[in-house]
Design a protein around this ligand. Structure first.
Ligand SMILES: Nc1nc2c(ncn2[C@@H]2O[C@H](COP(=O)(O)OP(=O)(O)OP(=O)(O)O)[C@@H](O)[C@H]2O)c(=O)[nH]1
Ligand SMILES: [Zn+2]
Length: 371
């Protein structure tokens, strides 16, 4: 079940379960978001994917809107190595504002006219928050859209990436480059021809210190193996078995740059009640009641985990982006021999591993004797 926070007019947020959740069927088309700072190599990556041999009919959407209000968006489609261009009509020329009620519909209309695509790649502008775009696709998939979010790829400039990450932002604002890395399922460090090994290592370590979950690859001219890019299933339960192994390897990171984004992970044994877990997650994501030891409010960008719910034989995946989160049963059954446990990985600002683990135990675990 997925939950969204709905702001009512009186500013009192309400919990609204999204009705009629549909299982991801094989009919649904994956969309991959490609993000990254200005000039990092996003368009180069798209062009590379389009011209590379694959048997997919891939649609590419460039979200490079300017100040003006272009009413159409170019959409390149590649099929069997041939490229052709389509135009998407968008109400206000900005895909991230209109994708919800218009952009997605436009894609669906186009598919109705031209036949289905196998895959959609969407390049967001260098400064956009991919979390907002990701949330929209995610909610729409749950509502039975033909499209589902497969993953977020962040392209990083090997030469200037570190500089972008260190840019000071006014108090309260997140560094966009760091946010893009925090959200990434795959980080592509591009333009490695422009740096030496030491510079590359430093950047890698910094990327890892922000996002303990992300897979990192290095490229020149964004040339990356397509199977590392497509069909990641980062937002659904299809990666369940692999996710559990992956989560075991994640470590709590130390921030490299001060007051920055880091990854926190912890494991707590036992099973939890779904409603208690909801309270913990909602306190963290919505109410923002958790603070670190310096009194700063924790701010979550990405959340991932596997939990054991009372009454469920299957493992359950927790997924979150900003304030949106989702619990989904995986095909994976807890085995008799394996102790049940909850493992969470949280990426965001002002996080403190100890505080989070204590809060989790306090909210979720000490209630076994009730009723
Ligand atoms: N030296 C070097 N240059 C590269 C590499 N990859 C891409 N470039 C160049 O970097 C420039 C920017 O690449 P783009 O792919 O347009 O970057 P982008 O992220 O789409 O840029 P915006 O859409 O403007 O944010 C282009 O001139 C590319 O040719 C690389 O591996 N090495
Ligand atoms: Zn571009």
């Amino acid at each position: 079940m997925e939950y969204v926070l709905v702001d009512e007019e009186d500013d009192c947020p309400q919990l609204v379960p999204i009705p009629g959740k549909q299982n991801i069927s094989t009919e649904q088309i994956p969309v991959t978001l490609i993000t990254g700072y200005l000039g990092a190599g996003k368009t180069t990556l798209l062009n590379y994917i389009l011209t590379e041999q694959h048997n997919k009919r891939i649609a590419v959407i460039l979200n490079e809107f300017g100040e003006g209000s272009a009413l159409e968006k170019s959409l390149s489609v590649s099929q069997a190595g041939e490229l052709y261009e389509e135009w998407l009509e968008l109400r206000n020329g900005c895909l991230c504002c209109s994708v919800k009620d218009n952009g997605l519909k436009a894609i669906e209309n186009l598919m109705a006219k031209k036949g289905k695509f196998d895959y959609i790649l969407l390049e967001t502008t260098g400064l956009a928050d991919p979390g907002a775009v990701a949330s929209m696709f995610w909610v729409d998939a749950e509502l039975g859209s033909e499209i589902y979010l497969d993953g977020i790829i962040t392209v990083i400039d090997a030469k200037y990436g570190l500089k972008h990450l260190m840019e000071e932002k006014p108090e309260g604002l997140v560094n966009e480059a760091a946010r893009q890395i925090a959200l990434a399922d795959l980080a592509i460090i591009n333009k490695t021809d422009l740096v030496n090994e030491e510079e590359l290592n430093q950047l890698q370590e910094t990327v890892r210190s922000i996002n303990g979950l992300v897979k990192i690859v290095e490229t020149q001219k964004s040339r990356v193996d397509l199977c590392q890019v497509l069909d990641l299933h980062s937002f659904d339960s299809k990666s369940g078995a692999r996710l559990q192994e992956k989560l075991q390897l994640v470590k709590t990171t130390r921030p490299h740059l001060d007051k920055n984004i880091l990854t926190v992970t912890f494991e707590v044994c036992g099973s939890v009640f779904e409603e208690d877990l909801n309270i913990f997650i909602q306190n963290l994501l919505w109410e923002k009641t958790f603070k670190n030891k310096d009194g700063l409010v924790m701010n979550v960008i990405r959340l991932k985990g596997i939990v054991s719910l009372w009454g469920k034989t299957h493992q359950v995946i927790v997924q979150g982006v900003h304030e949106l989160y989702d619990l989904e049963e995986t095909p994976q059954v807890w085995s008799e021999s394996e102790p049940r446990a909850n493992r969470l990985v949280i990426i965001g600002r002002n996080l403190d591993q100890e505080v989070l683990q204590q809060q989790f135990i306090a909210t979720v675990l000490n209630k076994k004797n009730r009723d």
